[in-house]
Design a protein around this ligand. Structure first.
Ligand SMILES: [Zn+2]
Length: 116
């Protein structure tokens, strides 16, 4: 499952970030991750994988908050931005069928909440 690989690197990054900032290991409470809707990753699996992989690490017991922003496309002809691009693109203003995807492929850690 791809979700496990993604969660493993999230947890590695989180632990690295937190360990680098403090001598005494703080508890990780929450990790907020932004994963665009175009990423073929299932939220439920991610949550499960995160909980599983966090066991025995500084992230154990912490909560994974997922943000799944919708895909966004920009019409190549008139430049209109639209919220959803699924499969084929069709501009609602000019009918253009070519769109550049400018969102929905995000994958990054937005914030890490820790306690001392
Ligand atoms: Zn257009």
């Amino acid at each position: 499952m791809h979700e496990f690989n993604v969660c493993q690197s999230i947890i590695n990054t989180v632990i690295e970030q937190v360990a680098g900032k403090s001598q005494n290991r703080p508890n990780i409470l929450k990790t907020t991750v932004v994963i665009g809707a175009l990423r073929p990753l299932v939220s439920e699996y991610l949550t499960f994988a995160y909980t599983y992989l966090a066991k025995g690490t500084a992230a154990e017991g912490s909560e994974l908050i997922l943000k799944r922003p919708q895909a966004r496309g920009k019409c190549s002809r008139c430049g209109l931005l639209s919220e959803r691009v699924e499969g084929s693109f069709r501009c609602v203003r000019c009918g253009g069928e070519k769109g550049e995807i400018i969102g929905g492929r995000e994958l990054y850690i937005e914030c890490i909440e820790v306690s001392n």
